[in-house]
Design a protein around this ligand. Structure first.
Ligand SMILES: [Zn+2]
Ligand SMILES: [Zn+2]
Length: 110
């Protein structure tokens, strides 16, 4: 396990008007996620249930179901991002490795 495998990104930027979350990784890559897709990918047990495959970048292919107006992002212990949604849901911890695997850009998906 290399130290960089779960390295915290250099910057996380939430843009409520664009409905996106952008992550600038330490290796220079930038990932931009739609908030609605991120909510579908929420890794908590409530959202994902038990078993089954972890969501992948395909969660960003579906059209947004709703707009998220008051989302907060905070880092947790240096290893994950917690998203606090405007419906009060905040139990999903998005590990950096998980977020990176979700990156929907063509480069990462190919
Ligand atoms: Zn959840
Ligand atoms: Zn990417």
């Amino acid at each position: 396990m290399s130290r960089s495998s779960n390295a915290a990104p250099e910057q996380v930027a939430l843009d409520a008007s664009a409905q996106t979350l952008s992550v600038h990784w330490a290796d220079g890559h930038t990932s931009t996620y739609s908030l609605d897709g991120l909510r579908r990918a929420c890794p908590c047990a409530h959202c994902q249930g038990h078993g089954g495959d972890a969501p992948g970048p395909e969660v960003f292919d579906a059209p947004p179901e709703r707009e998220w107006t008051d989302v907060r992002a905070e880092t947790v212990g240096g290893y994950a991002l917690r998203l606090r949604w405007d419906d009060g849901h905040d139990t999903g911890l998005y590990r950096w490795t998980y977020l990176r695997a979700l990156c929907p850009c063509p480069e990462c998906r190919s």
